[in-house]
Design a protein around this ligand. Structure first.
Ligand code: ADP
Length: 381
């Protein structure tokens, strides 16, 4: 069975084709800078001649609001709910809908499934997801914390459980997704109980171009004193802050590290701030959970930057997170442990695979549809 996974953004479309017998990603590619000069398309085909029909299409959808706690077969009602969530994710959901509608025209006979970035965090308790605003804003506007990167946190938590010799759904610890966007999740027995992103992906850690947590009064100050408009402040906090804003060099960690190595003080500061804020959240989530079996690092920075992992973790040895310099070294790939054998809390690097999770969720929905239609026909209905 082959499943197509689609990720449609504002200016790019990414796709992967999975052979679900082997769970191998047999083809994929992307179209970038859509609608701009220099638009680019790339396609990769792993070879093989057997060309099966696509059995189903899995779509990544950023915001599922409170309605979706897991993946859903796309029906007209589900499409409408995704549209209703667009107010919460105006930069994402409308583009996903365009992708869903186009794919349904192209593959009208097969089921389409939506897999939501927010769904995994719907298990957060009220004390974690509510903002201390007047309660009516939650009741009437659904202003609350949702969290993102859920597919990634779920995948690495499941793999961590396996590496620790447990069932996939039995992980208690902290997962750190450190890419261009960054978030941490506190996971108790396989369920997300807190995460650092909020109503939007702007809350929490310092990121490539996003500020993460700031005093909201800064916004009033910028409006009153600097006469910035709300769209300008939005742009400032989402696109001109974080690693880029502090360093003045780049949103790309590698370039900031290179500048710091050459003695650029702002680049050094940016790295220090970034590590400090991840460390603060790890400390907070140790307190939230009360215990942790492991802390997991994933995504571009988490998987590849031994230097950043060291900056984050070294001061935490006395709290039971004891990094092993040799195991943490650069140049290693794949799932691995980077703590010393005696470390009370284990430290793991696990490459994420959000596309595979989307393909698996899509397959599972396909199977449950097939078994319920079998049941119906067995009962003569
Ligand atoms: P996205 O969130 O866009 O999927 P990624 O997960 O690919 O992003 O992460 C991108 C970040 O990972 C960039 O800041 C990049 O500099 C960083 N990164 C990737 N490889 C390395 C590396 N070898 N060393 C340091 N940073 C790296």
């Amino acid at each position: 069975m082959q499943i197509l996974v689609l990720n449609c953004g504002s200016s790019s479309v990414k796709y992967h084709l999975f052979d679900m017998q082997t769970e191998r990603d047999v083809a994929g590619g992307m179209v970038e800078r859509i609608g701009e000069v220099g638009a680019l398309a790339m396609h990769r085909w792993a070879g093989g001649s057997a060309r099966e029909e696509v059995a189903a299409v899995g779509h990544r959808v950023v915001h599922g609001g409170e309605r979706f706690v897991q993946a859903a077969l796309i029906t007209p009602q589900v499409e409408q709910s995704i549209e209703e969530c667009a107010a919460l994710a105006p930069l994402h959901n409308p583009h996903h809908l365009v992708g869903i509608r186009a794919a349904r025209q192209f593959f009208p006979q097969v089921p389409h499934v939506a897999v939501f970035d927010t769904a995994f965090h719907q298990s957060m308790p009220e004390r974690a997801f509510l903002y201390p605003l007047p309660y009516e804003f939650y009741q009437e506007q659904r202003i609350r914390r949702y969290g993102f990167h859920g597919t990634s946190h779920r995948y690495v938590a499941g793999r961590a459980a396996r590496l620790l010799g447990r069932d996939q759904d039995d992980f208690t610890g902290i997962t750190c997704h450190l890419g261009n966007g960054c978030s941490l999740a506190a996971i108790e027995e396989g369920r997300s109980v807190d995460t650092s992103m909020g109503l939007t992906p702007l809350e929490g850690l310092m990121m490539g171009t996003r500020s993460g947590d700031i005093d909201p009064a800064i916004i009033f100050h910028l409006a009153a004193q600097e006469k910035l408009t709300l769209p300008q402040i939005d742009q400032l906090l989402n696109s001109q802050s974080g690693l880029l804003g502090v360093s003045g060099v780049s949103n790309d960690l590698r370039q900031v590290q290179e500048a710091a190595a050459e003695g650029n003080h702002r680049a050094e500061l940016a790295l220090e701030l970034y590590a400090y804020r991840v460390r603060k959240y790890i400390g907070a989530y140790l307190a939230v959970l009360g215990r942790a079996e492991a802390v997991v690092f994933t995504a571009g920075v988490g998987e590849h930057s031994s230097q950043m992992r060291r900056c984050i973790l070294e001061p935490l040895a006395s709290l039971g997170l004891v990094l092993d310099a040799e195991r943490n070294r650069d140049g290693l790939a794949g799932e691995r442990e980077i703590s010393q054998p005696s470390s009370p809390i284990r430290l793991l690097v696990i490459p994420t695979n959000e596309e595979l999770v989307i393909a698996r969720d899509t397959r599972d929905i396909l199977r449950s549809r097939a078994s319920s239609s079998l049941l119906r026909s067995a009962h003569g209905r």
